[in-house]
Write a protein that binds this ligand. Structure first.
Ligand code: APR
Length: 255
């Protein structure tokens, strides 16, 4: 029996429909964005308290910004790492990890760089925008995954060649790693259910995944308190927070 007290404001018929679609699916793809981590205390990007509020993303999260002022860009990323240190996965992350275990073919595609899905137990996942704890050498390309114990407020340099490292995230204007992009596209296109959680569906190419899934016949389920460009195309919409909706769906998937 799955342990969950259902929020009275949720539409129980829609919870049941969503759970049934997942139970009956051979392949489920889930796309997540910053909204799933909002209930862990990590601000979203485009909300009123978003990271980008009051500053232009292009000033910080671009190769050009890093080339012009690496110290400034690193200060932003080191601050975000420190912000993450005391954050923990919430009920939404945990429910997705539980749903993953109930489906034969499940792929989680996350735009988040906070690593909370993995800490919640998700395994079959693609971090398409990289990871906040990853450093990549600007000269030799070597990658180093940090731990929270390992994070300092100093800019890291490469142990192998001595060059400055850069954050191992995908910046505006950069390509996704081909293996991640193709993996995400394949999972979305082959899915019977596309579960889209906590993303404004504004940033490409991630935003297109849900539309490709839809045009290939998937049942699209959206979980987002606010309407997005996907909402009108979704088959089932939950205008609520992920921390209430996902455990409720998981509880019905397992019943
Ligand atoms: N549960 C579900 N969704 C929520 C919640 C919640 N508790 N709280 C907020 N949301 C929704 C918001 O309504 C919004 O639509 O989460 C969405 C977050 O949108 P963005 O801030 O645009 O984040 P995201 O879609 O992940 O951004 C995509 O853009 O800035 C770049 O690389 C960055 O990965 C990021 C990408």
């Amino acid at each position: 029996m799955y342990n969950c007290v259902m929020d009275d404001t949720l539409n129980k018929d829609d919870i049941e429909r969503a759970a049934r679609a997942i139970r009956e699916a051979d392949r489920v793809c889930c796309l997540t964005g910053a909204g799933i981590s909002a209930e862990s205390g990590i601000p979203t990007f485009r909300g009123k308290d978003g990271f980008w509020a009051g500053r232009r993303a292009e000033d910080l999260a671009t190769p050009r910004a890093f080339a012009a002022d690496p110290e400034d860009v690193w200060a932003f990323y080191l601050w975000r790492r420190q912000l993450l240190a005391d954050k923990v996965p919430n009920a939404g992350h945990t429910a997705l990890a539980d749903i993953e275990r109930s489906v034969d073919h499940f792929t989680l595609v996350t735009q988040n760089v906070d690593g909370l899905h993995r800490r919640a137990g998700s395994e079959r996942m693609i971090e398409i925008h990289g990871n906040l704890l990853l450093d990549r050498c600007t000269a030799c390309g070597v990658e180093v995954m940090r731990t929270f114990d390992d994070v300092s407020d100093e800019i890291p340099y490469c142990d192998a060649c001595g060059a400055m490292m850069r954050p191992g995230v995908v910046w505006f204007g950069e390509m996704l790693k081909p293996k991640d992009l193709y993996g995400a596209q394949a999972a979305a296109e082959a899915s019977d259910v596309m579960l889209v959680v906590g993303t404004s569906s504004l940033v490409q190419p991630a935003a297109s995944l849900s539309f490709w899934a839809k045009s290939n016949g998937a049942t699209v389920i959206e979980v987002n308190p606010d309407a997005t460009p996907l909402t009108a195309a979704a088959d089932i919409c939950f205008p609520h927070g992920a921390g209430a909706v996902l455990p409720a769906i998981a509880s019905r998937v397992f019943d």
